[in-house]
Design a protein around this ligand. Structure first.
Ligand code: ADP
Length: 292
């Protein structure tokens, strides 16, 4: 169990990136959702020993992740947003090199681990190709391969699917979901579907605070029957809706502007009940937080 208590971080410019964040995360896939600037990367960097918080603690089965950085790094797999690679090196050479750095010094054992990871991440065929020539999806899968070296107990994946095309994204998500059940995997993203498809638990972060935590399906149950939609054709009509109701999102549907609102009772006024989904949960909680 990963146990996080009262984490706060203010950057030197005065930005309060994390405000008293407390959270328990059990093994399995945990989704951290939030818009850009919410504080997700700051949170992930602290857990990955790359940044110190101002206050607060994080422990994994008794290990202090903030104080004991060397021990933490040995059980950590980290895949940052932009995974930098040495462009001229091949995947197999790079993995071998990283494996040595991680302390896997026995040649036979290293070969077995590296070859296993190349198969698991579907990079076997391109293992000798220079990493600089990899597509975005291949780079991310390589990122997972390196994060899995040395059997991590905590895997941190920061915004992994941004910039991937749908096929690459699918492959990547399938790979993530195949990672062992005994490992804590934290996936930060602003893409709601990533969480819906993969995670049994999730939290939503906004302006450095956790504003919701729970199971995606239960969170959707909380807004079921309270989401309504209507197509508006003019800006005036839109303004009227915004003044009278809690608008949670606006979408273009076949060229028409559809507004979704949250209302515990039937709003009338041409609204139809909509089938609530995780995106409604996300936007409802974000807009409610901004309104307060
Ligand atoms: P997210 O990952 O959710 O987009 P971040 O943790 O990157 O959020 O950023 C949270 C806030 O902290 C933002 O307002 C961002 O501009 C600010 N921030 C991030 N890194 C730094 C830094 N090194 N120095 C100053 N401000 C920063």
């Amino acid at each position: 169990m990963l146990s996080i208590r009262n984490l706060s971080k203010t950057y030197s410019g005065g930005v309060r990136a994390l405000r008293d964040v407390s959270l328990d995360i059990a093994p399995g896939m945990f989704g951290l959702l939030g818009p850009n600037g919410a504080g997700k990367s700051t949170f992930m960097k602290i857990l990955a020993t790359l940044l110190d918080p101002d206050t607060g603690t994080a422990t994994l089965d008794g290990l202090d992740l903030i104080a004991d950085k060397d021990a933490t790094r040995r059980l950590l797999g980290y895949l940052p947003q932009e995974f930098g690679v040495y462009p001229k090196m091949s995947a197999v050479d790079m993995l071998n090199h990283l494996a040595v750095m991680k302390g896997i010094t026995k040649r036979g054992e290293r070969k077995e681990i590296v070859e296993g990871l190349l198969h698991q991440t579907n990079l076997w065929e391109v293992r000798k190709k220079a990493l600089g020539g990899y597509s975005g999806g291949m780079k991310q899968r390589f990122g997972i391969a390196q994060a899995l070296l040395a059997n991590p107990k905590l895997i941190i994946v920061d915004e992994p699917t941004a910039g991937l095309d749908p096929a690459e994204r699918n492959r990547f998500l399938n790979l993530l979901s195949s990672i062992g059940r005994n490992v804590v995997v934290i996936l930060s993203t602003h893409i709601v579907e990533d969480v819906l498809e993969l995670c049994s638990r999730m939290a939503i972060m906004s302006s450095g605070q956790l504003i919701l935590e729970g199971a995606p399906a239960q969170a959707v149950d909380c807004v079921k029957g309270k989401v309504w939609s209507k197509v508006v054709s003019t800006d005036t009509e839109r303004d009227t809706v915004e003044k009278s109701f809690h608008v949670i999102s606006a979408h273009m549907v076949a060229g028409l502007n559809e507004l979704r609102i949250y209302s515990e009772t039937a709003p009338g006024d041409g609204f139809a009940q909509a089938e609530a989904d995780l995106e409604d949960v996300y936007f409802f909680n974000l807009t409610r937080h901004q309104r307060n």
